[in-house]
Design a protein around this ligand. Structure first.
Ligand SMILES: Cc1cc2nc3c(=O)[nH]c(=O)nc-3n(C[C@H](O)[C@H](O)[C@H](O)COP(=O)(O)O)c2cc1C
Length: 319
């Protein structure tokens, strides 16, 4: 059976969200991207570093994602982090399109400097005690798609697995992911390939996986407020169909998510971060926009809890 994974998502895939995805059948998750330079320079007990690097004991399979552009720093960070006993693999970010990251030659910027990408892959493979994987886009822009060449180079460097998001850097998140390129990468290398891009339903995932022949699929935006998507894909793969979450499951999960965040982050941060998650959990439900607007003004978790329970109560009367 193919592997069904949760993508690295900066600002989102902390351990509480990952745990909820694992509960629903996710096979493997990635940390938010961690800067090699930031990790090496910041005090190890800096709260942001501690938060990014945390693994909950209940997480079955977690890969740490690193970004950076200096091979020696990437290798040093990989060496330390692969030896700490907390992760199952080290992933290299060669896909982030954010201006600050890509324009300085990191993330997807590395696809514009393939010789540096190869230097990094080679140095990290040598330094890491864990298997190394790489997450690519298709290339910088339509006229410079080079993911097949880079995937082959990665395999030659000893990289053990590749993920491809089927867009170029210049596309950012516009248009649609081109899975035909992901299929070409799969045909060109012998190591496992994960496909990523625009998987919003179990049907999307099953169809794209079958057509491209990938070894696994990686969900990103499709999992926001919808960890049940993992279970739905796994059920489909087993020839079953399971119903979507009930209203009660959505609200109950949102509240559990809230409790986990409050137990881990300072209240102000948890309240702020939970606003976007709640928006995703109630997305598409009647009255969701007004509810979101109200919650965005609330500062106390108890107020939010009450509001969500009232929302559930009112909505269940309409069912
Ligand atoms: C808010 C946000 C944060 C992201 N952070 C990361 C990251 O830290 N590392 C990474 O490799 N990709 C990151 N990505 C890209 C996703 O992992 C994924 O490749 C992309 O969203 C395409 O998949 P999708 O169409 O299923 O959303 C991020 C995407 C979003 C929307």
């Amino acid at each position: 059976m193919i592997s069904v994974r949760l993508a690295p998502l900066a600002g989102i895939t902390d351990w509480p969200f990952r745990l909820l995805c694992f509960e629903q059948g996710c096979d493997c998750a990635y940390t938010e991207m961690v800067s090699a330079m930031g990790y090496l320079c910041a005090p190890r007990n800096h709260p942001a570093t501690v938060s990014l690097l945390h693994r909950d004991a209940r997480e079955p399979r977690l890969i740490l994602q690193l970004f950076g552009k200096e091979a020696d720093l990437m290798a040093r960070a990989a060496e330390e982090l692969s030896a700490c006993g907390r992760y199952d693999g080290i992933d290299l970010n060669m896909g982030c399109p954010a201006h600050k990251v890509a324009s300085s030659g990191e993330g997807s910027g590395l696809m514009r400097t393939p010789e540096n990408a190869v230097r990094i892959m080679s140095a990290v493979v040598k330094a890491s005690r864990l298997p190394v994987s790489v997450k690519f886009r298709l290339g910088w822009d339509d006229s410079s798609i080079n993911v097949v060449e880079l995937a082959k180079a990665a395999e030659d460097c000893g990289v053990r697995e590749i993920t491809v998001h089927g867009r170029t850097r210049m596309q950012q998140y516009s248009g649609s992911a081109d899975w035909s390129w992901i299929a070409r990468v799969k045909e060109s290398v012998g190591i496992p390939v994960m496909g990523n891009g625009d998987l919003f339903s179990a049907e999307d995932a099953i169809r794209q996986a079958a057509e491209s022949g990938v070894d696994g699929v990686m969900l990103a935006r499709g999992a926001l407020g919808n960890p049940w998507l993992f279970g739905q894909i796994k059920a489909r793969l087993a020839g079953e169909v399971i119903a979507g979450p009930t209203l009660h499951q959505r609200i109950e999960t949102a509240l559990r998510h809230y409790d986990m965040l409050l137990s881990w982050k300072v209240k102000r941060v948890a309240v702020n971060e939970m606003r976007k998650h709640i928006g995703w959990y109630i997305h598409g439900m009647r009255g969701a926009a007004q509810m979101r607007a109200r919650i965005n003004l609330m500062e106390e978790p108890e107020q939010v809890r009450e509001a969500l329970l009232t929302f559930e109560h009112e909505a269940s009367k309409e069912l």
